[in-house]
Design a protein around this ligand. Structure first.
Ligand code: NDP
Length: 237
C-alpha cells in the first residue's frame, strides 16, 4: 500500500480490466479518483459507487471530449491513460477505419490527455501511459497496427519527460504482457501461443499492473521518467 491520501488521480479508461484495477488500487490507497468510460456505463457506475470514485463518460477516441474531460478534472497529481483497443488481423483485410479509430484511442488520446493534464498539474505530478510489450516485440502476425500504437507512446513519453521534467513531472510507460482481462482472457484461444513466448507460463493479473502504477506514482518512483517499464512474464526476455 502507498499513501495517496488527498491526491487527485484521473484514470482514462477505468471501467474494466487493467484500468479498473488501477482505479481500485488508487482509491484503496486513499486517493480522490475520477475515471472515464465509453461503453461500459453499468460497470463504471458499479465500480464508482463501490469504492467512492467518480465515473465520467468520455470517449478517448474523440480529442475534444478527452481534452474537456482532463481540463474539468482540475489540478491532478496523477494521470493514468489506460484506455486502449486491440485490432488484430491480416492487414490486407482489416478495415482501415477500425485501424484509425484504434490510433485515435491508443495514441492521440494519451498525447492530448498528457499535454492537457500538464497545464494544471501539481508540481511533482505523475503521468503514466499503459503501453504494451508489443511496443518492443510483436512475436506473431496480425498485430502490426496495434504494435505501432504501442511503439508510438514510447517516443511520446521520452519527449514529454523532457518537456515536463523541469516541473518534476514524470512521464512513464507501463508495458504489460498478456494480462487476464476481457481483451485477452487467460483461457482465450491465443493462450498457448502467448505462453509459448513467455518465461512465466501464465497471464498476469490486472492487480499486478496496478501495483506498478502505484509504485511509479508513489514517493519511491519520483526519479523514474521517460522510461518504459515492462511487466510481461518474460515475453520480451
Ligand atoms: P479491456 O478491453 O479489458 O478494457 C479496456 C478499458 O478501456 C475499458 O475500461 C474501456 O472502457 C476503456 N476504453 C476502451 N475504449 C475507450 C474509449 N474510446 N474511451 C474511453 N475508454 C475506453 O482492456 P485491458 O484492460 O486488457 O487493456 C487496458 C490497456 O492495457 C490497453 O491500453 C491495452 O492496450 C493494454 N494492454 C493490455 C494487455 C492485455 O493482455 N490485457 C497487454 C498489454 C497492454 P469501456 O468499456 O467503458 O469502453
Amino acid at each position: 500500500m502507498t499513501d495517496f491520501k488527498g491526491k487527485a488521480v484521473l484514470v482514462i479508461g477505468g471501467s474494466r480490466g487493467i484500468g479498473a484495477a488501477i482505479v481500485r488500487r488508487f482509491a484503496g490507497d486513499g486517493a480522490d479518483v475520477t475515471f472515464t468510460y465509453a461503453g461500459s456505463k453499468e460497470a463504471a457506475d458499479t465500480l464508482a459507487s463501490e469504492i467512492g470514485a467518480k465515473a465520467v463518460k468520455s470517449d478517448a477516441g474523440n480529442r475534444n471530449d478527452t481534452i474537456a474531460t482532463v481540463k474539468a478534472a482540475g489540478a491532478l497529481d496523477v494521470l493514468v491513460v489506460n484506455a486502449g483497443t486491440l485490432v488484430m488481423g491480416d492487414p490486407l483485410e482489416t478495415n482501415p477505419d477500425a485501424v484509425d479509430r484504434m490510433i485515435d484511442i491508443n495514441v492521440r488520446a494519451p498525447y492530448h490527455a498528457a499535454v492537457e493534464a500538464a497545464r494544471q498539474m501539481n508540481d511533482g505530478g505523475r503521468i503514466i501511459i499503459i503501453g504494451s510489450v508489443n511496443g518492443d516485440r510483436m512475436p506473431f502476425a496480425g498485430g502490426a497496427a496495434y504494435a505501432l500504437t504501442k511503439s508510438a507512446v514510447q517516443g511520446m513519453a521520452r519527449g514529454l519527460a523532457r518537456d515536463f521534467g523541469p516541473r518534476n513531472i514524470t512521464v512513464n510507460v507501463i508495458q504489460p504482457g498478456p494480462i487476464d482481462t476481457d481483451m485477452n482472457p487467460a483461457d482465450g484461444p491465443m493462450k498457448d501461443t502467448m505462453h509459448g513466448f513467455m518465461a512465466l507460463k501464465r497471464h498476469g493479473r490486472p492487480e499486478e499492473i496496478a501495483g506498478l502504477a502505484a509504485y511509479l506514482a508513489g514517493p519511491e518512483g519520483g526519479f523514474m521518467t521517460g522510461a518504459l517499464h515492462t511487466i510481461d512474464g518474460g515475453m520480451a526476455a
